[in-house]
Design a protein around this ligand. Sequence first.
Ligand code: KG4
Ligand code: ZN
Length: 359
Amino acid sequence: MNDTLTILGLESSCDDTAAAILRVGDTAEILAQTVQGQGQLHAAFGGVVPEIAARAHAEKLDLCVAEVLRASGLKLRDMDAIAVTAGPGLIGGVMSGVMCAKGLAAGANLPLIGVNHLAGHALTPRLTDNVPYPYLMLLVSGGHCQFLRVDGPQDYTRLGGTIDDAPGEAFDKTARLLGLPQPGGPAVEVEAALGDPARYAFPRPMLDRPGCDMSFSGLKTALLRTRDTIIAAQGGLTVQDRRDLCAGFQAAMRDALAEKARRALAACPDLRVIAVAGGVAANQAIRGALMQVAAEAGVQFVAPPLALCTDNAAMIAYAGAELFRAGHRDDMTLAARPRWPLDSTAPAMLGSGRKGAKA
Ligand code: KG4
Ligand code: ZN
């Protein structure tokens, strides 16, 4: 990369309102960033309520922008462009972000760049580790699950994805079924570490089918059935039953993701790096299994720090910088898109998750 760019990024596609200012030259530096979660607003509803999320984004976005400008000591006129998530996601939140970015861009006479949220995740290994193209990316979160071959900022090939639940969604549902707190992933991981993964045998979904597509809703149903069988037999779950159920579930999830990662790497023998992003990448068992798959295949494993794996605006500013360099510009006709697959040639995946569209 050559010229240094200073970019303001905005993110509001799900339940985090975020802003960041990046300086991107040969490497990228995060000058300031903030992420304001909405967990408490949605807690009573057991999931993200789109209308509440959209209103909270509209209230918080300009405060987030003011905060990162103050923290960086910069003014809006010091920016080279404004990058904003224009999809995919919950449409009200995406619209809040796009409207805010349009206002700022028009007011300060700056270029506007609409960024695909998934591209933000997919390019994060370049922001954090300067990973060169091409590389393999596994996006694995509460709303997304896909393997992508990344050849450039606008060049993605989807090798496979979930046809129903995202893994984080399955962890969260498992926690709910077992009376554990939300978000479920960390809670299930803690219990699983104390459990016996072999006591209850759960299916390794879709391993009998070729390719890299995945499915996790059957795993959740299997867990529900096993839980109910135990309760019917003994009147409730012991602490150890719960731990063993968590361990069995997590092992099935780990094996399914690891085997599909093995296949994705086998399908792209020219790739030297596999990277992960998304909240589920925090799971030590899953991370360990992916690391082992990478070692077996002789490729590098890259996992950005967790704060940049989960939803944030630094990744949007960074993707905006790459698009800007590639000559991409948007104008006041930029539209918010609920669905926006990175690989427009791949067939649409089924369904839409609790946190928005899956692909
Ligand atoms: O990427 P993220 O913060 O938000 C989006 O989904 O966009 O991911 C959140 C998801 C939640 O479903 C949460 O349960 C899961 O990531 N998660 C984990 C762990 N930490 C967070 N899942 C498994 N193990 C973990 N340690
Ligand atoms: Zn995300």
